[in-house]
Design a protein around this ligand. Structure first.
Ligand code: SF4
Ligand code: SF4
Ligand code: SF4
Length: 488
């Protein structure tokens, strides 16, 4: 499984960075033997991927041959009610990139790399670099936005959902065939955009136990950086992470290879408090990720307005292919522009105004509004995640009854396998307002906590940091109130 050592200049630079243990509480789950056994098991990941691959193959099939009514078709109900709710409500907030561990999208591509490349691949193929100009997450965010603007179509049209899944898997196969490791995941996957960003808030992290152990030279019993280059026990990190220097989990796919390859048993799977990574000064703040945070903050508000808001025409205009034949291309383009305006214009614009306000109030020396814009954008990650949690909570509470219906009749063909085909729609609306308030308050609390820590690092004076926080806090509270307005 040993891969050729890629000339990773970036890795070498990061290798030289000094790093202290993180200044927060954490506990290594590998001290529990059953967790360690599971992590070191070579069959667990392929098995999980295979099961999910079979499930998504079924989704594709039902999308094409099943009933065209989304609410009665397994493709739509499984993907956009069960899977997406599980992802946004449970897996990502509580276990970071755990979905990436079992993701079926990459399964065929990774088999090509690991089986065919090893036999027929050349070293130039194994060392091929991702184009420098694309070494950011702009394209990933753009693809996410395309999917997002077609959300109404995806959640109502089974065959569009099926096409989307096929498209993702096909592009993944092509990229996996042309580039080493998981460039598709790091640079293109739209789901990775969401999971990656919000995994930074989750209470799970992959870190080395003791960095000094990593620095022991090989001649004195140290390692040969097997976690990065691979060994006969496993593959080099598919995500191009170098555990020795990891300070963030945004680009760690929890694939567990480094646990298998590290000869010194030096990798931990820690639990930590929510949001501590976002408060860490070691995490580099980047403009592309800052924009990702803004985009993902705006989208649950937009989705809530479209699906649960009082303006049914917005939903109709978003649904170019649906039952409403009166919707024309012009209205649909207007809908897409409206979503783009809010997501790329209004919310980031308000954040820029808040950055200008913070600069005006705190009068910092040498800190530009742009720096404030980029650095503070990370503080919206908790609020953004909690709004997604809230949106998905209301979705499952309102639409859960479709799940037993399609489980009993996946194609909408009149079967009654489980006796639940004729279950009527039974929303649980009662707890939604209380839960939404709780989620929004949690999001505001954590966002302001991260925001204050961020500003405190940028301003030597405490009062300056408090003054700078005011415009951001007003924006944070305003966005939470707008979101809640649709529910309460
Ligand atoms: S980044 Fe996307 S394709 Fe890659 S493992 Fe995660 S969800 Fe799957
Ligand atoms: S192989 Fe283990 S000891 Fe060596 S750098 Fe990687 S994590 Fe550290
Ligand atoms: S090899 Fe380790 S650091 Fe790399 S993605 Fe897998 S779990 Fe994360």
């Amino acid at each position: 499984m040993t891969e050729e050592k890629a000339p990773q200049q970036q890795q070498q630079e990061r290798q030289q960075e000094p790093q202290q243990p993180p200044p927060y509480w954490r506990k290594d789950l590998l001290q529990y033997p059953f967790v360690k056994k599971a992590i070191l098991n070579r069959n667990l990941q392929p098995l999980a991927q295979l099961i999910n691959f079979a499930l998504f193959t079924f989704v594709i099939a039902t999308g094409f041959i099943g009933i065209s009514l989304g609410a009665k078709n397994l493709a739509v109900v499984f993907t956009w009610i069960l899977w997406s709710v599980l992802l946004a409500l449970v897996l990502t907030p509580l276990m970071g990139r755990s979905w990436c561990f079992m993701c079926p999208v990459v399964w065929p591509g990774e088999i090509i790399q690991r089986r065919l490349w090893n036999r027929f691949g050349t070293s130039s193929l194994r060392n091929r670099r991702w184009p420098r100009v694309l070494q950011n997450v702009w394209i990933q965010d753009f693809i996410f936005l395309i999917f997002a603007s077609w959300m109404v179509v995806l959640v109502t049209q089974p065959f569009v959902t099926a096409v989307a899944v096929i498209l993702l898997m096909s592009v993944a196969v092509v990229v996996f065939s042309l580039f080493p490791r998981r460039q598709f995941c790091r640079r293109l996957c739209p789901m990775g955009s969401f999971i990656g960003l919000y995994s930074s808030f989750s209470p799970v992290e992959v870190r080395v136990k003791d960095r000094d152990t990593c620095l022991i030279p090989p001649e004195k019993g140290g390692c040969h950086k097997e976690c990065y280059v691979g060994s006969e026990k496993g593959y080099g990190c598919p995500w191009y992470e170098f555990p020795q220097n990891m300070v963030s989990d945004v680009d760690c796919g929890l694939c567990t290879e480094c646990y298998k390859t590290c000869p010194l048993d030096n990798i931990a799977l820690n639990v930590r408090h929510f949001g501590v990574e976002l408060e860490s000064e070691k995490v580099k703040r980047k403009p592309d990720e800052a924009w990702r945070s803004m985009i993902l903050l705006a989208l649950p508000i937009v989705y809530t307005a479209v699906l649960f808001g009082p303006w049914s025409w917005i939903k109709n205009w978003g649904d170019l292919l649906l039952y409403n034949s009166s919707v024309g291309l012009t209205q649909h383009i207007f809908y897409v522009l409206l979503v783009a305006d809010v997501v790329l214009g209004l919310v980031p614009g308000l954040h820029y105004l808040a950055s200008l306000g913070a600069k005006f109030l705190a009068e910092p020396k040498g800190v530009s509004a742009r720096t404030l814009f980029v650095n503070y954008a990370y503080a919206y990650i908790p609020l953004g995640l909690m709004l997604w949690v809230g949106f998905n909570f209301s979705l499952i509470m309102m639409e859960w009854s479709y799940i037993p219906v399609v489980a009993s009749d996946p194609l909408g063909a009149g079967w009654n396998l489980l006796g639940t085909t004729h279950l009527s729609w039974m929303p649980f609306a009662l707890p939604i307002p209380i839960a939404e308030i709780a989620f929004a308050l949690l999001g505001v609390f954590f966002s302001l906590k991260v925001g204050y820590t961020t500003l405190r690092r940028m301003f030597p004076d405490k009062l300056q940091a408090i003054m700078a926080l005011i415009p951001f806090a007003v924006l944070t509270a305003t966005l939470a109130i707008i979101f809640l307005w649709f529910y309460v």
